[in-house]
Design a protein around this ligand. Structure first.
Ligand SMILES: *Cc1c(COP(=O)(O)O)cnc(C)c1O
Length: 432
């Protein structure tokens, strides 16, 4: 018996394998070396013959230099924060790729001089929301709120209703963000009822602004009251409205969901919103409204710390100007279309002996808004074992488990991903 430690090939010798040389080009040296090191550990421990080290290292290579993986969202939750919220449209993806190298993000090619950063996307947003005198884009909606407080309310009072003191997810509480940014919160009213007179009584020389927050993930129902935005703006203090979801204009399917155009028309001084919720774009925060206020925000020193990169600007512009993003498509697809697709998939699966049924389902908008709204949908229903098998597949499919079945909701699967869903489910069936 030879000592396996002696027979272990040298790292450089294994790295000379042409497949690994090519992998270094694609993935960089660190990931390839890690795969080789893993294989050589196996050889040293005697579990692997030395000549197999390169094969095992090749098999262990990651598919890409980033560990983030594409997944199919079969949860039925359209804006799923854990799954990256919105999928970008092909036009937005192309814009990101085009902007990934050197780009004229801050350069006037005709004049050959520095230009205003992101002017194109600001123009696109102003065109989409004509009521907005000015627009500023930051890293996310939390940044939009923070910058609003830094620039307009640091050390002063922000009046907010007790019915709107919201926690979004993962412990993120908007009131804590506002105070961390330097505002003194002046809470008014009660959880279920707040009146215009409550706001009026709280307003004084210390008041910087009134904040209205869209309760994007819960609903207070029953004995409730809140002044309309049109009433609030009569108070002679700027009203900042965090609409959350990022709808630029009303969406007929979500009549209770606020939108930027209507909020500005009703007199809000500023509207803040996320770009990666119902707008269907990249992560970003939008601030739209009065030019004087937007200018103060944009010129604040901390604006630089919150600014977005060229990839975000590219994706956002293509989302606003370009074809309907997948988020909007998912929202609007008629249930009859989903049922046809489900039947076709189910027929292909049962043809291969899979225990599958087509069932009615309910989708939700998700953390992005429209609390309590259930959109009619259709799902493939499979035995529960599929849930884990599908998550482990390629691409991973994330469904939801309900009443002892694994449901794959088609509302959040783009039609062009049906073939991938079918392939992944058939692969899972082989292992079930
Ligand atoms: C989602 C949400 C936020 C946080 O937005 P991010 O873009 O995730 O920072 C703030 N306010 C409301 C009302 C929201 O719905």
């Amino acid at each position: 018996m030879t000592d396996p430690r002696r027979a272990t090939p040298r790292v450089d010798a294994v790295l000379a394998d042409p497949r690994l040389v090519a992998a270094v080009e694609r993935l960089g040296p660190a990931l390839v070396r890690a795969a080789v090191a893993g294989a050589l550990d196996e050889v040293r421990s005697g579990r692997l013959p030395p000549h197999a080290a390169a094969d095992v290292a090749v098999a262990a290579l990651p598919a890409a230099a980033s560990g983030l993986r594409r997944v199919l969202n079969a949860t039925g939750v359209i804006v799923h924060t854990n799954l990256g919220r919105s999928a970008l449209s092909p036009a937005a993806v192309a814009a990101v790729c085009a902007a990934a190298g050197y780009t004229d993000v801050e350069f006037d090619l005709a004049a050959g001089v520095r230009a205003k950063r992101g002017a194109e996307v600001l123009g696109a947003l102003r065109a989409a929301v004509p009521g907005a005198e000015a627009v500023h884009v930051v890293n996310n909606n939390a940044a939009a709120l923070a910058l609003t407080v830094f620039a307009l309310a640091a050390g002063r009072e922000v009046v907010v209703s007790r019915g709107e003191l919201i926690e979004i997810g993962d412990g993120f509480r908007i009131p804590e963000l506002l105070t961390a940014a330097g505002a003194k919160l002046r809470e008014v009213g009660t959880t279920n009822r707040t009146h215009l007179s409550d706001y009026a009584a709280a307003i004084g020389p210390e008041t910087a602004l009134v904040m209205r927050l869209h309760p994007s993930n819960y609903r207070v129902s029953g004995f409730t009251a809140a002044p309309s935005l049109a009433d609030l703006v009569t108070l002679d203090v700027p009203v900042v409205y965090d609409i959350g979801s990022g709808l630029l204009a009303p969406e007929p399917l979500l009549p209770d969901e606020p939108d930027a155009a209507s909020a500005l028309a009703a007199g809000a001084a500023l509207v803040t919103a996320s770009a990666d919720k119902l707008l269907g774009g990249p992560q970003a925060g939008l601030i739209l409204g009065r030019a004087d206020l937007v200018t103060r925000l944009a010129r604040h020193p901390l604006a630089r710390a919150l600014r977005v990169d060229k990839l975000t600007l590219a994706a956002l512009e293509a989302t606003v100007r370009g074809p309907l993003p997948p988020t909007t498509a998912a929202l609007r697809t008629p249930v009859t279309t989903l049922r046809e697709r489900a039947r076709r998939l189910a027929a292909a699966l049962s043809g291969q002996g899979v225990d599958v049924e087509v069932v009615d389902s309910g989708s939700t908008v998700g953390g992005g808004g429209a609390p309590g709204v259930v959109l009619p949908s259709v799902a493939l229903s499979l035995p529960t074992v599929y849930a884990a098998l599908l998550r482990a597949g390629e691409p991973p499919v994330v469904g939801r488990v309900s009443a002892g079945r694994c449901l794959l909701d088609l509302r959040t699967i783009a039609a062009h991903d049906d073939e991938d869903l079918l392939t992944a489910t058939l692969a899972a069936a082989k292992q079930s």
